[in-house]
Design a binder for this molecule. Structure first.
Ligand code: ZN
Length: 105
């Protein structure tokens, strides 16, 4: 049986598949708990910027993976479906990027 880790911030179990890391003074911690703690004292504008950057990073990664998936696909129907989904994610990423820029204005 594998070792069970308990998050040094929330006290919850670190479940297989969850992202976690180690902090010298706390032991294992969920990445989300560390992120929440590190941003909790920031002002709202800064927190919003970080939230938008994190959200956009997920979409930008998805776009790269969808490009790869489009290259793997053989049938035109599947290629076209993947391209359509990619396009909608590119639009969503553009909305987040615009919001990031607007926070700076
Ligand atoms: Zn936690």
């Amino acid at each position: 049986m594998s070792k069970k880790w308990v998050c040094g911030i929330c006290g919850g179990e670190v479940i297989e598949g969850q992202r976690f890391t180690f902090v010298a003074s706390l032991g294992a911690v969920h990445v989300e708990c560390l992120s929440e703690r590190s941003t909790s004292k920031m002002d709202d504008n800064y927190r919003d910027s970080i939230a938008l950057l994190n959200a956009n990073e997920v979409l930008l990664y998805a776009i790269v993976r969808l490009k790869e998936a489009g290259r793997i696909a053989k049938s035109e129907d599947i290629k076209s479906l993947i391209a359509e989904v990619r396009s909608s994610i590119e639009k969503a990423a553009g909305r987040l990027s615009t919001a990031i820029q607007e926070l700076l204005e």
